[in-house]
Design a protein around this ligand. Sequence first.
Ligand SMILES: *Cc1c(COP(=O)(O)O)cnc(C)c1O
Length: 385
Amino acid sequence: MNADEPIAVYRARLPLARELVPYLERIDANRWYSNHGELVLELEGRLAELTAPAEARWVTSSSGTAALEAAILATAGRATPARPLALVPAYTFVATAMAVERCGYVPHFVDVNDVTWSLDADELATHPLLARAGVVVPVMAYGRGSPQAAWRRFHERTGTPVVIDGAAAFEALVDDPCGIAGTIPVTLSFHATKPFSTGEGGAVVWSDSLGCARVARALNFGFLGARSSQATGTNGKMSEYHAAVGLASLAGLARRRIAIAEAARAYGDAFAEHELDERILLWPEISSSYAIFAAESEREAQRVATALKDAGIEHRFWYGRGIHREPSLARYSGDALPNAERLATSLVGIPFCADLAAAAVERIATTVARVVIPARGAGQGRFAG
Ligand SMILES: *Cc1c(COP(=O)(O)O)cnc(C)c1O
C-alpha cells in the first residue's frame, strides 16, 4: 500500500453478484417478490437456528429503524396523553429517537453509564419521569453488552415496556443468544455498515410469538392473515431481493468470522506494540463494524483525529456529539448528560474491517501512537462490565 493512500473508516463487503445468482433464480421461478416470500421465511428460519438456545423468533424488516418502530408498536403501542414520553439514551445513532417519534412519542434524553456506554436499568427504574414514559429504548452502543436480564428485571419491577436497540449486535446475539434475546424484544439493523447485512434491512428478535405476530402486522399496514387492517402500522417488510442477499451472506458467515478474528488479533497486536492495546476496543467486545480508540480527554481525541486526518486515515465520531445535539432532535428535553458528552467527544471510531491490509493497520497504530502517551496500567478495568 502507498504510504499516503486513503484508508476508509469502514468498507462494507457484501456477497458478490455470482453468489446471489442461485437465490435470484429462485425469485425468478417463484414470481414472488415481497410479503413473506419463500426467501424471507427461509432467512428468518435460519437466523432463528443461529440463536436457538434463546427460543426466539426473528421477524425481518426493511431497515433497523422499521424494526424499532414495529417493536415499539408491538410492545407499547402509540404514545398516549398519560404517557407521552420515550426515554432514550443521548449516546446512540439518531434512528433510536426518530423511531420513537414516528410512534408518537416525545423523546427525552437520558445519560448513559460511563462504563457500559448504555442506559443503566437500575438507575432508570427510579427515574422521575418514568411514570410519564410509555416506552424505554436502551441501546447496545457499538453492539456491546448482554442487556436482556437487566431489562427483564426492570420491566417486571416497573411495568414499563422496553425495546432494546441492538442494531449492531448481530455477532453478540449469535455468540450469546440468551444474554441478549428473550422476553424483551431486541432489534437489529442489516444496513451495509452493520456486521450482518442485506444492503438495507433489519429484524426484531423476540421469544414472544404473539408479540412477533404483532411486529409482522405493524410492518404490513396492520394486516395479518386477513384483508382487514387491525392496528396501526407502516410498510416495513423485507423484500425477497434483500432476503437473497441475506441468505448469501449467511453462506459466508463462518468464513467471515475467521477473517474477523484474525484481523482483530493483528489489529490488537499492532496497538500493543505501542502499549496502546488497552485503549482500543475491538471485536468481540464490540461489533466488528467498529474499532474504537478511547481517548483520555476531548483534547487527546482531537489530537488523534487531526493526526489521522493529516495521514489520510478516515475517522468517525459514530454517534456525533450525542443525538441531543443534532439539529433535528435538539428541541427535546433531557437530563444532565455528562457521560454522553464525554463519550461522544472521546471515543474515536478508527478504521477496521476484515480485509484491512497489514500495512494499513501499522499506519493507523503508528499515527495514533505518535500523538498519544501510553499510561501503563492506568486503563485497567476501564471496559469491565
Ligand atoms: C444502524 C443503527 C440504527 C438504524 O438502522 P438502519 O438499518 O440504518 O435503519 C439504529 N440504531 C443504532 C444504534 C444503529 O447503529
